[in-house]
Design a binder for this molecule. Structure first.
Ligand SMILES: CSCCC(=O)C(=O)COP(=O)(O)O
Length: 411
């Protein structure tokens, strides 16, 4: 939703006794003009346009509330005139010092049309990524490089080729693989893209390789362009370690013309507490999308790094909500995913999703390629309305049978 020339922040504030109306007013004034009642009338007239306003205060105080359960949702409008049109300025305005002031969590931000217009958003988004892959009718499948530190180019090539043979649509670097003498950026891209071309001859399938974009912030754009010149057709980026503005810089650069996948590393430092930090739908949804992520990874509700389902679906919703005037980002619920979870993922996320797995592919008893095939068979089964055990019995689906024998399944 857009609000004239103000951005609106929603906070959840826990306090057993506070006067929440007073608290909200204190924030609205304190984070904008500083003090109001002490100002002379003439100065008030000048400062009015800078003054934050309380939009609403909704107190949640159930009968018999136990200590620690009373909270309020405070909505405060901040005039655009107070900050430049970049995400750091907005975040510092609405939650800079306030993030350290007691039990308060930033739940949501609604951008003014003017603020949002400074952000082109994802260059490709869901539709653009599908267009590059030539896949429009089914959920996508991504595989994650695993245990590649200390491996040379040949080791990487082999692992890449096996993943590609499994029929995956995207392969992403491990986010902890940085510039290193064994697999330097350009050589890594050349090696993996050569393996992608080789595999395409077998599978007939296009593939995006999201190479990890790393290094000092001052060199990110140059590194991205070196990777693209070497043949990279996608980038992986650890957004929270660098800041949203670094993603915005990359995504709005006309020469960085490949999709960017945002990795959620560090997100656990921000969203899990009910009392502090930044809510996941804003952290991993709205802000990632506004800053230009084409695909966004986040912990799924099913796997090893669990995020509650309601919160998960709110992240998805923020990534695709048509109210934000930029392209939709592709949701990538991740971590601990195996083929037996595919029916749940597709039930909850629908078709516009990337099923993403590392261990669930490489850990397949018949090998990495079979790991990818098992996922593709599970996706096909869900699309045909078959249960996994039914599909696994079909000729040619031994990879799926082996996967559900090992990991089980949920429907
Ligand atoms: C916490 S979301 C990021 C997922 C990720 O990068 C990853 O490596 C997951 O690997 P897994 O073996 O759990 O599929």
């Amino acid at each position: 939703m857009s609000h004239g020339s103000v951005c609106v922040a929603t906070y959840r504030c826990y306090d057993d006794k506070a006067d929440f109306n007073k608290k909200a007013l204190g924030i609205a004034v304190g984070l904008t003009v500083g003090s109001w009642t002490d100002l002379p009338e003439a100065r008030k007239a000048e400062m009015e346009k800078h003054l934050g306003k309380v939009v609403s205060v909704t107190v949640h105080e159930p009968d018999g509330a136990l200590p620690g359960e009373r909270y309020a949702d405070l909505r405060i409008a901040y005039p655009d005139v107070n900050f430049s049109r970049d995400i750091p300025a907005l975040l510092v305005t609405v939650f800079g010092k306030l993030s350290m002031d007691g039990r308060i969590k930033l739940i949501d931000l609604e951008f003014s049309a003017s603020f949002a217009s400074a952000f082109p958003g994802p260059k490709f988004g869901i539709a653009g990524v599908r267009e590059l892959l030539g896949v429009h009718d089914r959920p996508l499948l991504m595989s994650i490089f695993k245990s590649v530190i200390g491996h040379d180019l040949e080791g990487l090539r082999e692992q890449f080729y096996k993943q590609a043979l499994g029929g995956v649509d995207l392969i992403k670097d491990d986010e902890i693989l940085f510039e290193n003498p064994l697999t330097p950026l350009e050589k890594r891209v050349e090696t993996c893209m050569a393996a992608a071309r080789l595999a395409e001859r077998e599978t007939g399938q296009k593939l995006l390789y999201a190479v990890n974009l790393t290094g000092p912030t001052s060199q990110l754009a140059a590194n991205a362009k070196r990777a693209i010149a070497a043949g990279a057709n996608a980038l992986l980026f650890n957004v929270l370690a660098y800041g949203y503005d670094a993603l915005h810089m990359l995504s709005s650069d006309p020469d960085i013309n490949v999709p960017i996948a945002a990795h959620p590393s560090l997100a656990g430092a921000f969203y899990p507490s009910p009392h502090y930090g930044i809510a996941a739908p804003l952290l991993l949804g709205k802000l990632m999308r506004l800053a230009g992520a084409d695909l966004v990874l986040f912990p799924s509700p099913y796997g090893s790094v669990v995020m509650p389902k309601e919160e998960n679906l709110a992240v998805q919703s923020a990534l695709i909500d048509p109210a934000l005037p930029v392209r939709a980002s592709m949701p990538v619920p991740s971590a601990g995913i195996h083929p037996g979870l595919v029916p749940l993922i597709l039930r909850d996320f629908g078709k516009e999703v990337v099923v993403n797995a590392g261990g669930g592919i490489h850990g397949h008893p018949m090998g990495t390629a079979a790991g990818g095939q098992a996922f593709r068979q599970a996706i096909a089964a869900a699309e045909q309305g078959l249960s996994l055990p039914e599909a696994a019995k079909q000729p040619g689906n031994e990879a799926l049978q082996t996967a559900i024998d090992l990991w089980g399944f949920k429907e």
